[in-house]
Design a protein around this ligand. Structure first.
Ligand code: DC
Length: 224
């Protein structure tokens, strides 16, 4: 079973994907973390982020794995756990830049298919239902208004003891949305057969109820 969860940053996608994977006992493939890892490795190696071939080579050669560690989903790159170091503003910007390169995306789609294949998985990203697993049994497009996403991001930053400015965060989200939706290769868009969940006025529990109902409908199509 493959569950594809796509949508923009801050829509609540990660939280619902994590809850769903945990309760179903599935692997959770956070494809954003994979792009972030490639960006992080490119920055560390001093590679020019605009050098498509050099970044694609990094994307092809890394080995990825996901495991739950103390209840948190962790990406392992070449056997090493990566956590806060791939969540910085610098890596966010770099990930958005490198994910626009067609050769990098080709390499990453193969990596994501390799990780997801063979195990029941929840995959979260931007192009899972459209490109990576177009035959996924369940597809959801989780979204929310930019203002709501900015407020949620600010709350997260405050929980981590970081100071954030609402207008700055909103500006960054709008800029990322624009880059992610307007790029030529695999732009962020919903699959035609995805259930669209607008979380602006919804709690996580309400979102989960919608998605669990979808999963159940696939697991027991005749209500068995
Ligand atoms: O979901 P995130 O913020 O961790 O994603 C980091 C970046 O990677 C973001 O700019 C979008 C990009 N990305 C992508 O292009 N395709 C995916 N499947 C996942 C993420």
């Amino acid at each position: 079973m493959i569950i594809a969860i796509d949508g923009p940053a801050g829509a609540g996608k990660s939280t619902v994907a994590q809850e769903l994977a945990k309760t179903l006992g599935y692997q959770l493939v956070d494809t954003g973390a994979m792009y972030r890892t490639v960006a992080f490795e490119a920055l560390n190696a001093g590679v020019d982020l605009g050098d498509e071939e050099a970044v694609a080579k990094i994307a092809r050669t890394l080995s990825f794995e996901f495991r739950f560690v103390e209840g948190e989903n962790v990406v392992f790159c070449n056997g090493k756990a990566l956590d806060q170091e791939i969540r910085t503003a610098e890596v966010s910007r770099a990930a958005s830049i490198i994910s626009a390169h067609p050769d990098v995306r080709t390499a990453m789609v193969e990596q994501q298919q390799r990780v997801g294949r063979g195990r029941s998985s929840v995959l979260e990203g931007r192009d899972i239902g459209t490109v990576v697993f177009p035959d996924a049994e369940v597809k959801a497009f989780v979204t929310a208004s930019a203002e709501t996403r900015a407020r949620r991001r600010l709350e997260q930053m405050e929980e981590c003891g970081e100071d954030g400015d609402y207008q700055e965060v909103l500006k960054e989200i709008v800029a990322r949305d624009k880059r992610d939706t307007e790029r030529e290769v695999a732009p962020l868009k919903q699959a035609e057969d995805a259930v669209v969940v607008d979380t602006t006025e919804m709690t996580i529990e309400e979102v989960l109820r919608v998605l669990r109902a979808r999963v159940e409908a696939v697991r027991s199509p005749r209500g068995e």
